[in-house]
Design a protein around this ligand. Structure first.
Ligand code: TYD
Length: 155
């Protein structure tokens, strides 16, 4: 199936100046960028993204939600929509899981980060993991229109 998925390069990716390297991994797989922008994510957008869609607040405690939201607002992010065969599952596989310590070698979160839930929780840090990618078809269908207007897609 040809699918579309939302990818957001988080502030840590932009600060470390590895956005190009990460984008090239998706391009190497054959994905096409059909919408993209540098932006400052608003508190409202992040609440909808992480709670309405992701239920992060429901799954974790308030402190984790607040940290995640404020870190995502502390620096610009690069949001894009990728399209091609099985985009949601394949891109997620290259990115996942949430905790870099548990990620498989070769995934982005393994290759660029080391954070564990244990260290993050003990030190009031968020789990630095570079990239967001839609997890399911339902999530992609909700996230893409949240981050992009129809007019922002290339024809
Ligand atoms: P989540 O939606 O669970 O993971 P994913 O990004 O893999 O879909 O969490 C959203 C982000 O919130 C996650 O990428 C990093 C941050 N986070 C923490 O900082 N600590 C945590 O314990 C969790 C679950 C998430």
């Amino acid at each position: 199936m040809i699918q579309r998925t939302l990818v957001v390069l988080k502030p840590d990716t932009i600060q470390r100046k590895v956005a190009g390297e990460i984008i090239s991994r998706f391009e190497r797989l054959g994905y096409t960028i059909i919408a993209a922008k540098m932006m400052n994510a608003s508190e409202e957008l992040l609440f909808k993204h992480y709670e309405w869609i992701g239920a992060l607040l429901t799954r974790k405690w308030q402190k984790v939600f607040d940290l995640t939201s404020s870190m995502m607002r502390g620096w610009p992010v690069f949001a894009m929509v990728l399209e091609w065969i099985e985009a949601i599952d394949v891109v997620r596989k290259v990115v996942w899981p949430t905790e870099p310590k548990s990620a498989a070698p070769g995934t982005i979160r393994w290759d660029y980060a080391t954070m564990s839930y244990g260290y993050a929780d003990a030190n009031a840090l968020w789990v630095v993991n570079l990239v967001h990618a839609s997890a399911t078809v339902e999530e992609a269908e909700q996230e893409i229109p949240l981050w992009f207007n129809e007019s922002e897609f290339v024809k």
